[in-house]
Design a binder for this molecule. Structure first.
Ligand code: AHR
Length: 507
């Protein structure tokens, strides 16, 4: 049985711009994200440019990835950047205590990361070490990366083979300082963030966008404490003196925190609970935003969700410290629900980073030797890329309420949607989260005429369907037929557990 839902979209009433940076990525020295997944070394049989996998670069370029966060994560607060510069044979080895207790040989360091960023055509987002580093060490790293001329760190960079400084905008001041980044209390961290930020200098006009390490999930006290340290915003002074943005971390998983659920799972209860968890991002963005509004009603300080994604149990036979999990149609719907929420919060959310890009948690790419698989999550990033830097459009449900489902005492909407407009077109994203029911959705398109519609769909026979080296296209986008727009109404039939995008050409 199908129900009819109607959503009004005023194509001529543009809301806040959706920053392209909410389609950001995160690559940590964790398992096979960097080593094997991105960096294989120049001598590898796997095609590479200066050690960086060609297939991975090609796949990520097709997503127009706007930024890449590195080197962690928890690893960032144990990372000492000097270990990763200079001749490789002279670089020290260290133990990656967070992730598998494996030996890190530092063969992928600052120059290799900036080469990767260059090959991807993306912007670097570097997370500095507050937990076990020093103010001096962080200040030197900024100088090493961004200063020209004769100065101690620019001379060292030159001696290591790079003459020109790089441009680096996004700078993280520690990671999860409430946990793996030092187990600090917010009051203590807030002062440290001010101190570290003070010495991250802007060399040669390189404008830093400093991101303070923010809250875990619903720790609103952490957000409030950081906002308070910005001082009296009524004073007319620049509130961005210490940092430009505050981060937030939120992972999606069914049940209580404990990664015990397999990534490949058709169980309906677990699926709906995963959707409950995915929808929670909307509440968190609203509530953290509300706290920030009290101190910064003009929304000059950004919110950066620099870790998000699903967290399931690792695949059997893999190192538990490597966080390697498969990625199914269920992950795709988790991603689409997140993006809809990101678009709705475009006024405050300035960046988001999927955890993580390759081979870790909700990866967009999985590698196995020389094989590369694009996951269902990859396809959501690709189908949605037209939202990058577009103006958000409100999607207002009328007449019929959006169907919901009670899941562990939470009312979970079964349809998710968002829309945006850019360059004479509009993009509408629609997700039907119901495992059984298809949904007829009527889009009441007002304010502009629509001359053409191009639809695409990502769907699967089973919610646990996924891609492998043997079946790389098991879950892949296909053309989605719609009728013509009739009197401003476009009617679409969303199959169960599917994700659809509609590109509208505007008159
Ligand atoms: O993404 C994996 C880990 O999750 C990150 O290193 C850490 O910041 C978070 O706890």
């Amino acid at each position: 049985m199908t129900e009819s839902l109607t959503a009004v979209i005023n194509l001529d009433v543009a809301g806040p711009q959706i920053s392209r940076h909410v389609y950001g990525h995160f690559a940590e020295h964790l398992g096979h994200c960097i080593y094997g997944g991105i960096f294989v070394g120049e001598d590898s049989d796997i095609p590479n440019v200066r050690g960086i996998r060609t297939d991975v670069v090609e796949a990520l370029r097709a997503l127009d990835i706007p930024n890449l966060r590195w080197p962690g994560g928890c690893f960032a607060d144990e990372y000492h950047w000097r270990d990763g510069v200079g001749p490789r044979e002279d670089r020290p080895t260290v133990v990656n205590t967070h992730w598998g207790n494996v030996v890190e040989d530092n063969s992928f360091g600052t120059h290799e990361f900036m080469d990767l960023v260059d090959q991807l055509g993306t912007e670097p987002y570097i997370c500095g070490n507050v937990g076990s580093g020093t103010v001096h060490e962080m200040a030197d790293w900024v100088e090493y990366l961004t200063r020209s001329g004769e100065a101690p760190m620019s001379s060292l960079r030159r001696a290591n083979g790079r003459d020109e400084p790089w441009k680096v905008k996004f700078w993280g001041i520690g990671n999860e300082s409430w946990g793996c980044g030092g187990n600090m209390r917010p009051e203590y961290y807030a002062d440290l963030a001010r101190q570290y930020s003070t010495y991250c200098r802007e060399h040669d006009g390189n404008k830093l966008y400093k991101i303070a390490g923010g809250a875990n999930i619903d720790d609103y006290h952490w957000t409030e404490t950081l906002m308070k340290t910005l001082g009296d915003l009524g004073c007319g002074c620049n509130p961005r003196h210490f940092f430009d943005a505050i981060s937030l971390h939120y992972y999606t998983f069914p049940g209580e925190w404990e990664p015990k659920h397999p990534a490949i799972d058709s169980d309906a209860d677990t699926y709906y609970d995963t959707m409950r968890s995915a929808w929670r991002i909307d509440e968190l963005l609203t509530r953290h935003g509300n706290v920030m509004d009290v101190y910064d009603p003009a929304k000059r300080i950004g919110l950066v969700l620099d870790e998000w994604g699903t967290w399931f149990s690792v695949e059997s036979g893999t190192n538990p410290g490597f966080l390697y999990q498969q990625n199914t149609m269920r992950d795709a719907l988790v991603a689409s629900v997140h993006f809809d929420s990101f678009h709705r919060h475009a006024d405050r959310l300035v960046m988001a980073n999927i955890a993580q890009t390759v081979n870790v948690l909700q990866a967009v790419l999985l590698t196995d030797g020389d094989q590369l698989v694009k996951t269902p999550t990859y396809h959501v990033f690709e189908m949605n890329k037209g939202h990058q830097d577009a103006d958000s459009l409100d999607v207002a449900w009328i007449k019929e309420p959006v169907p919901t489902r009670e899941v562990n005492k939470v009312t979970v909407p079964m349809v998710s949607a968002s829309a945006s407009t850019k360059d004479g077109s509009a993009l509408v994203s629609l997700s039907n989260l119901d495992l059984e029911e298809s949904r007829t959705v009527r889009l009441d398109l007002r304010g502009r005429g629509v001359t053409a519609v191009a639809g695409r769909i990502l769907s699967a026979t089973d919610i646990a369907d996924h891609n492998t080296g043997a079946t790389p296209e098991a879950v892949a986008p296909a053309a989605f037929e719609t009728g013509a727009v009739d009197g401003g109404i476009l009617t679409v039939e969303l199959p169960a557990h599917s994700f659809v995008t509609l590109s509208l050409t505007l008159a």
